[in-house]
Design a protein around this ligand. Structure first.
Ligand code: CMP
Length: 147
């Protein structure tokens, strides 16, 4: 079963020149990058993308961070893409990632719980939502394909 997930290289990833390394790691791990686009997000777009975090104490800071520079949004595809991309990213807290998952992308490129360099959908449902959020021309039902 091929699966699609949404990946984002966040502003700290682009500004830190980690994009090529991250994409190389993605491809070497067996993902196809089906689509990608670089976008400068505005506050409303980030607030709506991260709506589930709107009541969190870090929400304002998250909006500031995610609008601090452009991001690279990608659709990744492979078998088990959602879980595998999350495993490749490592834990949310990049400081923790450095000790527990030293080869993960967040260990290599991230700084802390907020500036963690990359994003990945956490379930089939959020992958469908997040892919159609950024790539409206793709209908939600193409996210999971069964062969
Ligand atoms: P992400 O996986 O994209 O989902 C929500 C984002 O909010 C997360 O990565 C971090 O960038 C940020 N985040 C999550 N938890 C915290 C926290 N405790 N403090 C600050 N930022 C956080």
């Amino acid at each position: 079963n091929k699966e699609k997930t949404l990946a984002i290289i966040k502003p700290d990833g682009l500004l830190g020149n980690y994009t090529d390394d991250i994409k190389k790691t993605i491809l070497e791990s067996g993902f196809c990058i089906l689509k990608e686009k670089r976008v400068q997000l505005d506050e409303d777009t980030v607030a709506s993308f991260y709506a589930e975090h709107s009541s969190k104490n870090f929400f304002a800071s998250l909006i500031k961070y995610m609008t601090s520079g452009s991001v690279l949004v990608m659709i990744l595809e492979k078998e088990n893409a959602i879980a595998d991309w999350r495993a490749l990213m490592g834990p949310t807290d990049a400081r923790k990632a450095k000790t527990t998952h030293p080869h993960s992308i967040r260990a290599m490129c991230g700084l802390d719980t907020e500036r963690n360099c990359v994003h990945g959908s956490d379930s089939i449902k959020s992958a469908q939502r997040e892919i159609s959020f950024f790539f409206r021309e793709l209908s939600a039902d193409v996210v999971t394909e069964h062969d």
